[in-house]
Design a protein around this ligand. Structure first.
Ligand SMILES: Cc1ncc(COP(=O)(O)O)c(C=O)c1O
Length: 418
């Protein structure tokens, strides 16, 4: 049976998949079963932060795999504690405590529980201080907590009754956010740079207002850094990149990570500051697989390599190269470029798409149509919403790969716009 036939017969059909099966890799390239080579600017949707099968990951897997793979959280785990220290001292540079889990949705569930439990401990059940405010176009994952938090109707349909206690406000709308906050608000949660919703950065004013409301209403300000975090912005913390030069200084009370945090190994994490962390005391939260010796050793190897190899500086340098090239290129299909670091979105001009051969007949949204065309041309990208084509190359992407990406991208789009 072919991979397509096997999948069709045995795998749950919950994903819309491209009809190719990936089978092996070389640095920034991935090959399908037919041997077709793709320049990978999707990286498993911002997961393979150091490219495919980097030596540090393979070595950490081998070394820890021979030593201790799994050990229950009934016991102390050295590798987990070392990884937590890296998060606190290198990534956050702020005192706090870390909890490990297995995915982004699970990390956000942890944040939601943290905010509610902390308000419960402080104000009691009667206060009803349990509402979490999130933003329109957000994406926080597919668990019941994740879809309740996600302010996109399409992820919620059919799953009623949803977890109650969520309010959604328009992203970057300071006035509506102010109106939405009340004594029953336990937390505000948003992505400093929305990924799935279309590469939308939070404005410094919005972040500042959320921090001010936190102080006024004694709630938790929580950032979902699952996609933009772990170095993708050119800093460990996406919000610090976004706030740089704005004059706004605002720090969250808690943060979630996953995706690039493990460089391809499944792991998620939350950091909570010293004051709120005790809310999740013994027996309140947990995960069998959270922070195993193997997951922790691999993630630490990945994060140390990002730090020591100059990958963060590379992100900033390559972002500038890309921006300069885009500036000098003019194509009617592209309206603008949004994002930070190597989480960039080409915003597609819908009007210009109507003249593109095959677009209307495809029945696809503009971004998906173009992602398909780029794939035909040998480059993987990812749609973000209907109108944005995302570039998410590895953080250690080379000059040659950027140059090749630009050639494929401009030739494909110039060819389509005629
Ligand atoms: C910002 C953000 N939060 C949460 C998630 C959910 O992560 P996971 O798929 O690992 O559960 C995603 C996934 O795309 C994401 O982009």
């Amino acid at each position: 049976m072919t991979t397509a036939e096997l999948t069709d017969q045995y795998v749950l059909g919950n994903y819309g998949r491209f009809p190719v099966a990936m089978s092996r890799v070389e640095g920034g390239y991935i090959f399908d079963e037919e041997g077709t080579r793709y320049l990978d600017f999707a990286t498993g949707i911002a997961v393979c932060s150091l490219g495919h099968c980097p030596a540090v990951v393979s070595e950490a897997l081998r070394e820890q795999g021979d030593k201790l793979i799994h050990c229950s959280n009934l016991y102390l785990i050295r590798e987990q504690a070392e990884l937590a220290r890296f998060v606190v001292e290198k990534m956050m540079e702020r005192a706090g405590k870390v909890f490990f889990c297995n995915s982004g949705a699970e990390a956000n569930d942890g944040l939601i529980k943290l905010a509610r439990k902390r308000a419960f401990d402080k104000y009691g059940k009667e206060a009803g201080k349990n509402v979490i405010i999130t933003c329109k176009q957000s994406f926080h994952g597919r668990t019941l907590g994740g879809i309740a938090a996600t302010a996109q109707e399409k992820v919620k349909i059919g799953f009623d009754p949803l977890l109650p206690g969520f309010l959604h406000v328009p992203f970057n709308d300071v006035e509506t956010l102010r109106d939405a906050v009340s004594d029953t608000t336990a937390g505000i949660l948003f992505e400093p740079l929305q990924g799935e919703g279309g590469i939308n950065p939070a404005t410094p004013e919005f972040i500042a207002a959320a921090a001010e409301l936190r102080d006024q209403h004694d709630l938790l300000l929580m950032f979902d850094e699952v996609q933009v975090g772990s170095g993708r912005s050119g800093d460990w913390c996406g919000w610090r990149t976004i706030l740089k030069g704005s004059g706004v200084v605002a720090e969250p009370d808690a943060v979630s990570w996953a995706k690039g945090f493990g460089g391809g190994f499944p792991i998620g994490a939350i950091w909570a500051d010293e004051v709120c962390a005790p809310a999740l005391g013994p027996g309140t939260h947990g995960s069998t697989f959270g922070g195993t010796p193997l997951a922790s050793a691999v993630a630490l190897a990945v994060l140390e390599e990002i730090e020591n190899s100059g990958a963060l500086e590379n992100v900033k340098r390559q972002e500038k190269v890309i921006r300069d090239k885009v500036e000098a290129w003019n194509n009617p299909l592209v309206d603008s470029l949004r994002g930070v670091g190597l989480m960039l979105g080409f915003v597609i001009c819908e009007d210009a798409m109507t003249g593109v051969h095959g677009f209307s007949e495809s029945g696809n949204a503009p971004a998906l149509f173009l992602v398909n065309k780029l794939m035909d041309a040998g480059m993987l990208t990812a749609p973000a919403g209907d109108n944005v084509v995302r570039w998410l190359p590895r953080l250690n992407v080379t000059d040659e790969e950027i140059s090749e990406a630009f050639d494929i991208f401009t030739e494909t789009l110039d060819g389509l716009s005629g």
